[in-house]
Design a protein around this ligand. Structure first.
Ligand code: SF4
Length: 228
């Protein structure tokens, strides 16, 4: 049986990526200022909105929501119709219904405080494996592995995996988890997301400015742009 690719050294990989993130992180309305921990309510709200919707569009909806409902308790107490109305334009209304149900569950089950661990988060309405890992990492700095479509692509390229991404999901998940550092796990999760969104982009990756260029197997093989 062929051995699984070993890929980049986990420690060196995280150090390079975090140093890049400290200089190039995107400024997004739901992110905490440098060195501060993000509000779990903001992380959760933005992650639900970002499912199927671009960062640019989500920005103004996110701000409108937190101005109208500054805490998860405020959102839980709002009538569902008001939430659906505010959601207009984001589409996929099941998300808005789950958003409201989740806010109520956070209040009813957890006293209005988001739980910190992935398993408890995943038991809440509308929160799947990716979203629970993103909240655990970004809001609580837990070493959770949040793998979205952008991160799938980065991991596949780092290891020069050349099969279609849907066929490699378990392998990608395992390789991604191996790279998560125990320190600054929240920054690391956001750094991987930023790298996939701004440098290791679909189609034509910007390898010459990539902090992982020396560790990337696809780049070394000259096949980065051919991978999904
Ligand atoms: Fe992506 Fe290129 Fe960086 Fe590899 S070197 S991770 S392909 S941008």
């Amino acid at each position: 049986m062929a051995e699984a690719p070993q890929g980049p050294d986990p420690r060196g990989h995280a150090e390079r990526l975090l140093a890049w993130y400290d200089r190039h992180r995107r400024v997004l309305p739901w992110r905490a200022p440098d060195g501060k921990r993000a509000d779990p309510y903001h992380v959760w709200l933005s992650e639900i909105m970002l499912q199927q919707t671009t960062v640019q569009t989500v920005g103004r909806y996110f701000i409108a929501f937190i101005e109208r409902w500054p805490t998860v308790r405020d959102l839980a107490e709002a009538p569902l119709d008001d939430v659906l109305h505010q959601w207009q334009g984001l589409g996929y209304y099941a998300r808005a219904r789950n958003l409201h149900a989740c806010a109520r569950a956070v209040v009813d089950r957890h006293g209005g405080v988001f739980p910190e661990n992935e398993e408890t988060l995943r038991a809440l309405p509308g929160i799947g494996a990716y979203t629970s890992a993103a909240i655990a990492a970004i809001a609580f700095d837990r070493p959770a592995s949040a793998v979205d479509g952008n991160v799938d692509r980065v991991i596949a390229r780092l290891h020069a995996l050349d099969r279609p991404i849907p066929d490699m999901k378990p392998e990608i998940r395992a390789l991604a988890a191996r790279l998560v550092p125990s320190r600054r796990a929240g920054d690391y999760a956001q750094a991987m997301m930023d790298l996939g969104a701004t440098v290791c982009v679909s189609g034509d990756p910007r390898c010459v400015v990539c902090p992982l260029m020396e560790q990337c197997e696809a780049r070394q093989l000259g096949i980065a742009a051919e991978l999904p």
